[in-house]
Design a protein around this ligand. Sequence first.
Ligand code: GLN
Length: 480
Amino acid sequence: MDISGLTIRQASDMLSSGACSAFALTTALLQRIADVDASIRAYASVDTAFALEQARAADDARAKGKSSPLLGVPIGVKDLLNVEGQPCTCSSKILKGYTAPYDATVIARLRDAGAVFVGRTNMDEFAMGSSTENSAYQVTRNPVDVDRVPGGSSGGSAAALAAGEAVATLGTDTGGSIRQPAAFCGCVGMKPTYGRVSRYGLTAFASSLDQIGPMTHTVEDAAILLQVMAGQDVMDSTSLSAAVPDYTQALQGDLRGMRLGLPKEYFVDGLDDEVRASILQAVETCRDLGAEIVDVSLPHTEYSIAVYYIIATAEASANLARFDGVRYGQRVTSGRDPVEMYGATREAGFGAEVKRRIILGTYVLSSGYYDAYYLRAQKVRRLILNDFEKAFASCDALLTPTTPTPAFRMGENTGDPLKMYLSDVFTATANLAGICALSVPSYETAAGLPVGLQILGPALGEEQILRVGHAFEQRRKVEA
Ligand code: GLN
């Protein structure tokens, strides 16, 4: 069975018609991983026995009359979401050998729906990075061009899709980590509105920015996954109580009656010419589909990277304090007292980028600098949200590039953290404002590299952005 490119919808149809069993599908997927992952390294670990056991259980449940679009569908999970009994390393040495004691809420929901968890996808350590080169264990390659990065931090989740090693995957997005790798690998990635999906059981990076989201082959699949993932959770006080709409209902044929804004600050110097051309062509396609296109301005965009790297590091420095060798993972016991033990454990357990962030975050929160950096960043964050609220008063969604360039070469940005940080310039704003955003494949470059079209929507505007993404995707498929 050839499973590469297989969508959730197709898998679900095959399973419900009896054309194939979950066991056969999972076996085929595991075979595909065995065949190609040595050269891509999308998966940090695969538990074959666990996957097959769940597949068998899905087949049994179906035989007893259960049905769900995800029943028996194999899914890859980013290695920072807790699946009970499975490793959860966050691609860090400090969590080597750690086993998750419980299911994250999204995992529990997907498990109830019958999804099969095939493996853990590789990532930048603690989700800090834009290339998956910061994993302590392995480097993931972009299946479209193996000399290029898959993006990050959910690079394993994107590469697994592009290499045909997953039907769908889960990622997390704090400043772009779902959308940027989706754009680099030519797949669909969605960051839901802050609070739409429970973060319980997600290893926290920056708690006011983190969201879990779907990474898929199609927009319809993103809607199907989000449907199961979204909703209030008593275990996450920031999860929203708003009712979850029927997301697949939002996928209509065209864009008539919609107003889409083009923020001029996202089409500035430094944007790669081919990316610009691709996005402007996508805008024309949306116009052709019936949308009205208007110019808008988000004047505080230029501060987003500075604000993001203050707030994200401040929160990370607090969140990562828990990794001290006492409760989780590895411990270095050489010290004379507990303080030396904490220090030795953290020195040995964290990679360079994680240390850089903890130091930066501790600095911006320290007395004397708090007002100048952290407090000021919070104020600018509000201005960034105000910009979006103003734009959404007259637009249903905004169209932008997801990233300023297509996938860069491996090693190209590793020596210059600031250059690496700039690849988040178009994505971090949505996290700072708490709004929703979707990246869908746009027209490729001449060399065949994927380009992402980012569709930004207001808080709880998932239906709008799914509708735009779906209409564009369908038209692009016809054109291809
Ligand atoms: N690349 C960004 C960073 O390094 C975003 C990461 C993310 O969204 N998790 O922080």
